[in-house]
Design a protein around this ligand. Structure first.
Ligand SMILES: Cc1ncc(COP(=O)(O)O)c(C=O)c1O
Length: 351
């Protein structure tokens, strides 16, 4: 089976894990600091905190910006991994779900409407599948209204909007380093900001002292692996982009298939290569039979999943019934890509 995800590790990751083991310092050591510095510099922000998962990153980010009670409304898009909405509930706030557009990111017309109607305290644009939301428009809508923008950049390491990296585009951002991510540690996450006041609040939630806090640290092993993953990121993202270009070229004229687009001003890092087809379940079944790890991302919308307040989410609801993904990662060989291309072409013509 060609897996849908496979982390890409080299000699450096291997040697670093052994080095950490032999050093005896397996947590709160030099690799955690080194990773933090490198990640902060790469994204282009002033402050970075590592944390045990992307979900914890979203949760602590929400706590740090003051989401704590039911009146604290947070706008989220209909299509994302469930952690995006669950973090809002966990923090104590109320999520309101709005639709996504053809880029699978937040519909900015609905955002304007939701801001008027619900007076949110924060908005969480998700850079879904590896492409950023329309951050200029989102900022414009939130400007002068005291609405905090928390980027969910869990799928967007290295993605850009107008030359600036995802994670540096709002007031605060959350990343995941889960096993499938473009920077993979197994589990892990980060919270980033340029704002010193927000930075201090993040510290107070995850470092013991100022008020009751949580231990959500990563170990040195995770940081060591993450450091080298980050060093490889430009190269592995390029590989993902190259594969996506091959898929887009080869699948261009296949009937019923809607291909992922890279929109102007945005650099897509293809965390997931997401396609749409009205008969996606048959396609997935046939691809699995032929040894290709295809799957659905996501078979739910966030408002339906959690019975949340929402605006009409027609496109998101259509997308969740039609979206599926095929393997895209830096471990794929040329012959695997060729096999995937030939098999997808054959299967889509059959269904
Ligand atoms: C968009 C999005 N947000 C949040 C998360 C949560 O990250 P984690 O799995 O590290 O908790 C994920 C990852 O799975 C994700 O894809």
């Amino acid at each position: 089976m060609i897996p849908i995800i496979k982390p890409y590790f080299g000699r450096e990751e291997e040697e670093t894990v052994l080095e950490i083991m032999k050093s005896g310092q397996i947590t709160r050591g030099p690799w955690t600091l080194k990773f933090k510095e490198a990640f902060k510099d790469y994204i282009g922000v002033s402050y970075c905190h590592t944390i045990c998962s992307g979900t914890a990153a979203l949760y602590i980010a929400l706590k740090a910006i003051g989401i704590s009670k039911r009146e604290d409304v947070v706008i989220v898009p209909a299509l994302s991994f469930m952690a995006t909405i669950d973090a809002v509930y966990m923090a104590g706030g109320t999520p309101v779900v709005i639709d996504v557009d053809e880029s699978y990111t937040m519909d900015i017309n609905q955002l304007a409407e939701a801001v008027e109607k619900y007076k949110p305290k924060a908005v969480i644009p998700v850079h879904l599948f590896g492409q950023t939301a329309q951050m200029d428009k989102i900022k414009q809508i939130c400007k002068d209204k005291n609405i905090i923008i928390l980027e969910d950049a869990a799928q967007a390491h290295g993605a850009e909007f107008r030359g600036k990296k995802a994670g540096s585009l709002g007031d605060i951002s959350a990343f995941s380093f889960y096993a499938s991510k473009n920077v993979a540690m197994g589990e892990g996450g980060a919270i980033l900001t340029n704002n010193p006041e927000i930075d201090e609040k993040i510290s107070n939630w995850i470092e013991f002292g100022a008020h009751p806090a949580l231990n959500l640290r990563i170990t040195e092993f995770q940081a060591g692996i993450g450091y080298w993953q980050l060093r490889r990121l430009e190269e592995t993202n390029e590989k993902r982009r190259k594969i996506a270009m091959i898929y887009n070229r080869e699948f261009e004229n296949l009937p019923g298939l809607v291909l992922p687009q890279e929109y102007p001003d945005r650099k897509h890092v293809f965390h997931i290569y997401a396609l749409r087809h009205p008969r996606r379940n048959q396609i997935i079944e046939k691809l699995l039979q032929k040894g290709i790890g295809a799957r659905v991302y996501y078979d739910y919308t966030l408002h339906q999943l959690r019975n949340a307040e929402h605006l009409p989410c027609e496109f998101g609801e259509l997308a969740k019934d039609q979206l599926f993904a095929i393997p895209i990662h830096a471990s794929l060989t040329d012959s695997e890509v060729e096999y995937i291309v030939d098999t997808v072409k054959e299967v889509v013509k059959e269904v």
